[in-house]
Structures are given as structure tokens and as C-alpha cells.
Design a protein. Structure first.
Length: 218
């Protein structure tokens, strides 16, 4: 717009030549009307340009608002995609033996060093998928062999038993680990159950653990 304004001014100034200035008295009425007409035309053009510029500014603002909304949404998506947790059975340093129970029993891992995205609930022992995607889980179950009971834990997706970690030794410390990759929908839950008639032993060394993280959304 600046360019068109200075161009218009230049036109206006240029239209009053030195010779015309000297013939001022004689040619006044005719010339002043010509100049006024030209000025009016220029003002109309200027106004049109301004309106156009205002329109463009409004359009630009709309575009910028759209972009901002998109950036905010992507930021939010990125947050949802940051999912990783790790937990162990015992919080603190006390030693506990869990089981044997006559049926499979939910293990609630109380010690939670990592819980990005707040996806694992240490009150219920349940992980909930915040986004559709492929997740990896690892779990380890351990106990002292007592010559009777194995040490075993199954990973459950919703109500489906996925993989079982199981070990039996007559004595010594026995530990069993498994990992699994699962495609989960939003709201799917994953947790671990102690296998019926088996035992888990944990203390401040954190032998029994349950971890998971999002590999990639889908
Ligand atoms: C936990 O138990 C194991 C196996 O009995 C033992 O070796 C370890 O020292 C214990 N850890 C703590 C912190 O008590």
C-alpha cells in the first residue's frame, strides 16, 4: 500500500508543472478541477486499497488462528504419546510374601519410580492405554523356592490371559520374566495376576516388577 500511495502523490505533484504555476491565474478553474478529480480518484483508490488491506489482515489473522489451534492440538497429541511406567510390588523396605491363593489374584505394584502420562494406577494395579498403539510390557515374578509352590504371574489384557511367567525350583531364589508386545485400543487395560497356588516374595530390592511403554501410536 505504501508504494501505491507514494506513486499517487508523485502523480499529483507531477501534474502541476512550473509553467502551469506561472499561468496560475489564467488556468486556475480548469486545472484545479482536473487536480481535484485526480485527487478524488486517488482517494477512492486509496480507500479501496485500505479496505483490501484490512480484508487481507483479517484473512491473515484467521489463518494464524487456525495454525495456532493446529499447533496446540499437536502439542496435546505429543503429550498423549509420551507413555512409560515402571512399578514394583513393595513400597519401602519391608519384606512381603504374597500367596499362595486358591485362584489367580491381582498384583498391585505399589512402588512406582516412573509413571509418564499417569497411565499406571498404583491403587488398582491397572495400566490404561491413553492412545491406540503398540505397547511393550515386561514383568518379573520372584520368590524363595519352598519345595511346594512355583512362582508365577500372568499378564492380562482386559479379561484375556496373554503370557504366563512361571518357574519352579525346590529351593533357592526363583525368578521368572516375560515380555510382550500388544496392540491396544484407547481404554484397554493391562495388569498382572499371581497364578493360583504360587507365591511372590518382594522386599526393598524390588524383585517383582511390572513395566510398560508405548512403542508407537497407530
Ligand atoms: C531381598 O531379598 C533377597 C533374597 O532373599 C536378598 O538377597 C536381599 O538382600 C533382600 N533385599 C533387602 C533390601 O532386604
Amino acid at each position: 500500500m505504501k508504494i501505491s500511495v507514494s506513486f499517487t502523490l508523485w502523480l499529483l505533484l507531477g501534474s502541476i508543472s512550473p509553467s502551469e504555476s506561472t499561468d496560475y491565474q489564467k488556468s486556475f478553474p480548469q486545472d484545479i478541477y482536473a487536480v481535484l478529480r485526480e485527487m478524488t480518484a486517488s482517494l477512492v483508490q486509496l480507500k479501496a486499497n485500505m479496505l483490501q488491506t484490512q480484508e487481507q489482515a483479517a484473512q491473515l489473522k484467521t489463518e494464524m488462528d487456525k495454525l495456532k489451534t493446529e499447533v496446540d492440538k499437536q502439542k496435546q497429541d505429543l503429550k498423549v504419546r509420551q507413555v512409560a511406567f515402571s512399578a514394583s510390588l513393595v513400597a519401602g523396605s519391608q519384606a512381603v510374601t504374597i500367596g499362595p491363593f486358591p485362584s489367580d489374584t491381582l498384583l498391585i505394584y505399589k512402588h512406582v519410580p516412573t509413571n509418564i502420562g499417569n497411565v499406571y494406577n498404583s491403587n488398582t494395579g491397572v495400566f490404561t492405554a491413553p492412545v491406540r498403539g503398540v505397547y511393550n510390557f515386561e514383568w518379573t515374578v520372584a520368590a524363595g523356592g519352598d519345595n511346594i509352590h512355583p512362582s508365577a504371574a500372568v499378564l492380562v489384557k482386559n479379561s484375556e490371559y496373554v503370557f504366563l511367567a512361571w518357574e519352579y525350583q525346590a529351593d533357592g531364589f526363583i525368578t521368572s520374566s516375560k515380555a510382550v508386545t500388544l496392540l491396544l485400543e484407547v481404554g484397554d487395560v493391562v495388569f498382572v495376576r499371581l497364578w493360583a497356588n504360587t507365591r511372590a516374595y518382594d522386599n526393598g530390592s524390588h524383585h517383582n516388577t511390572f513395566s510398560g511403554h508405548l512403542l508407537f501410536p497407530m
